[in-house]
Design a protein around this ligand. Structure first.
Ligand SMILES: *Cc1c(COP(=O)(O)O)cnc(C)c1O
Length: 265
């Protein structure tokens, strides 16, 4: 199978960088989950990645999530009907919901998601708990989004309130808190983000060691295109990467490439 499309090349490069940084962070690269974030991707890029064997996809916008999930489900269905030729295509893909989740929209995505990364209030957790349609005996897997940088106007719970929220959610029988998610501020110098990732890691360790969230509290989701290596060095085991794989939307929309770029390669 040819693997020379721009998307696959970027994907393979990202995977190498993820593996190297995971080792630096003391994490087995095999155990790191790379979530490919589709918000600036086209459906054909998503299919290309699936054909290449990729399993984990993340989306932050409700409409896009619903649309892509359905298109991918169709694609996999057609592929199964054709007898599953093409070797690397996974049986199922896993969808991660990574954006702010409005309570009145929970119902729409619950049965479609493997992991919700963005629970940040008891009210939202209660809404998830009260949703019907969960498979018998199956819990909804969630992460608690922490606003470690205390950015105003940003989603996520304040770090000191996190363990209390987890204690409260422990009373909801159909929700399992699997770990923490953190979105670092968008600043140029990734080194400036180190204290934020370290602090999130410390909070994660404290909660894991307290046993308050049970033995399956083992996911630390942090790191995006601009900062994933640092996040992995600081102990992340799930990274959410969009533009470094799919390009930015302007690149993909076929805007003219500056002449200098054409000549330099
Ligand atoms: C968009 C988004 C990402 C990926 O961002 P990139 O910079 O494109 O890698 C990761 N996490 C969340 C929550 C996002 O909304």
């Amino acid at each position: 199978m040819p693997t020379n499309s721009a998307t696959i090349r970027r994907y393979e490069e990202v995977r190498e960088r993820v593996a190297e940084a995971a080792v630096k962070g003391g994490t087995d690269p095999e155990r790191v989950i790379l979530v490919a974030v589709t918000k600036n991707a086209s459906i054909s890029q998503v299919r290309e990645l699936i054909e290449h064997g990729h399993v984990d996809f993340g989306e932050s916008r409700m409409q896009h999530f619903i649309q892509f999930e359905a298109q991918v489900a169709d694609f996999l269905e057609r592929h199964r009907e054709l007898g599953g030729r093409g070797g690397t295509i996974p049986e199922e893909v896993r969808w991660h919901f990574i954006g702010h989740l409005q309570r009145n929209k929970v119902r729409k995505i619950l049965s479609l998601t493997t992991l919700i990364h963005s629970v940040d209030s008891l009210r939202l957790a209660e809404e998830i708990q009260s949703c019907p349609g969960r498979e018998e005996g199956k819990k909804t897997q969630v992460l608690i989004q922490v606003n470690t940088a205390s950015e105003r106007g940003k989603h996520g719970i304040a770090p000191p309130a996190t363990s209390h929220l987890i204690d409260q959610i422990a009373d909801l029988p159909d929700i399992r808190v699997r770990g923490l998610m953190c979105m670092a501020p968008n600043i140029e110098d990734p080194e400036a983000l180190r204290p934020i990732f370290v602090r999130t890691r410390e909070l994660f360790n404290e909660i894991a060691e307290s046993g308050a969230a049970g033995s399956q509290f083992n996911i630390l989701s942090m790191g995006m295109s601009g900062d994933f290596e640092l996040a992995l060095e600081c102990g992340a085991n799930v990274v959410r990467i969009g533009s470094a794989i799919f390009g930015t939307s302007s690149e993909e929309s076929g805007e003219p490439v500056p002449a200098g770029d054409l000549l330099s390669s």
